[in-house]
Ligand binder design. Structure first.
Ligand code: NAP
Length: 245
């Protein structure tokens, strides 16, 4: 990936950080977006720069179209192009339907679904003109199966799959691939909030017998972003230890 430009949203922590490190280790220059945790974002930047690549940080919510415009403009101004877009930024606001507020529904859709749309909107014309590009969207197995307490999150992640397949059909003739990754249970801050009992119950449903690591997802992103995946588009790659089949 030497001399390629990758944009990763939500790259300060968790899966996003692992994705940044993997792409940096393969030689890609990076524009890394994050919501507000500047300390963690600076850490990710320094870790990536240790691989000898250039890194620019852009703070702000992907739910804001102006932020996504800035992210992509920054990439173009700094590196001249965008080869890879990884829509990773995501949040949860879990609650049963009876207790879920409209605000919790709207926020999750705004970040997870509209946020990915905002960035795809910004890169689509660019990648069409380049006649190349890789877009990788972070969905979730919950988008395939549903999950009690996650009506908002499951809707956003199922929506991401619909957008991925639709855009894959629109951009395929221009050499741009669009794929989704559906992680299972990955050890990050997002899943840290679950109680030990819940974690034990979930672990029993995973044939490989362990939770995933952020690096497990980063490896899949790197594959879909790399040249060996050039004939794969519109797909949902589950990386879940066999949790959902
Ligand atoms: P995480 O540890 O909670 O990290 C979230 C990242 O997203 C942080 O970098 C955060 O930035 C950023 N972020 C949050 N809201 C944002 C916004 N509005 N605009 C821009 N950036 C924002 O999450 P994770 O577990 O790594 O999850 C990454 C992705 O994988 C998400 O899309 C998630 O839904 C998906 N996923 C995760 C799992 C899992 O088990 N962990 C399973 C399936 C799918 P700050 O540091 O600045 O807050």
């Amino acid at each position: 990936m030497k001399d390629q430009t990758a944009v990763v949203t939500g790259g300060s922590r968790g899966i996003g950080r692992a994705v940044c490190l993997k792409l940096a280790s393969l030689g890609a220059n990076l524009v890394i977006n994050y919501a507000g945790n500047t300390e963690k974002a600076e850490e990710t930047k320094a870790l990536c720069e240790a691989f000898g690549v250039q890194v620019v940080l852009v703070a702000g919510s992907v739910a804001d179209p102006a932020v996504c415009e800035t992210i992509i403009n920054t990439a173009v101004k700094t590196f001249g192009k965008v080869d890879i877009l990884v829509n990773n930024a995501g949040i949860t606001r879990d609650n049963l339907m009876m207790r879920m507020s409209e605000e919790d529904f709207d926020q999750v859709i705004a970040v997870n679904l509209k946020g990915a749309w905002n960035c795809m909107k910004q890169v689509s014309r660019l990648m069409m003109k380049q006649r190349s590009g890789r877009i990788i969207n972070l969905s979730s197995v919950v988008g395939l199966t549903g999950n009690a307490g996650q009506v908002n999150y499951a809707a956003s992640k199922a929506g991401v799959i619909g957008m991925t397949k639709s855009l894959a059909k629109e951009l395929g003739s221009r050499g741009v691939t669009v794929n989704a990754i559906a992680p299972g249970f990955i050890d990050t801050d997002m899943t840290e909030v679950l109680g030990e009992d819940m974690k034990e119950t979930i672990q029993k449903t995973i044939p490989l017998g362990r939770f995933g690591k952020p690096e497990d997802i980063a490896n899949a992103v790197a594959f879909l972003a790399g040249k060996d995946a050039g004939y794969i588009t519109g797909q949902v790659l589950q990386v879940d230890g066999g949790m959902v089949m």
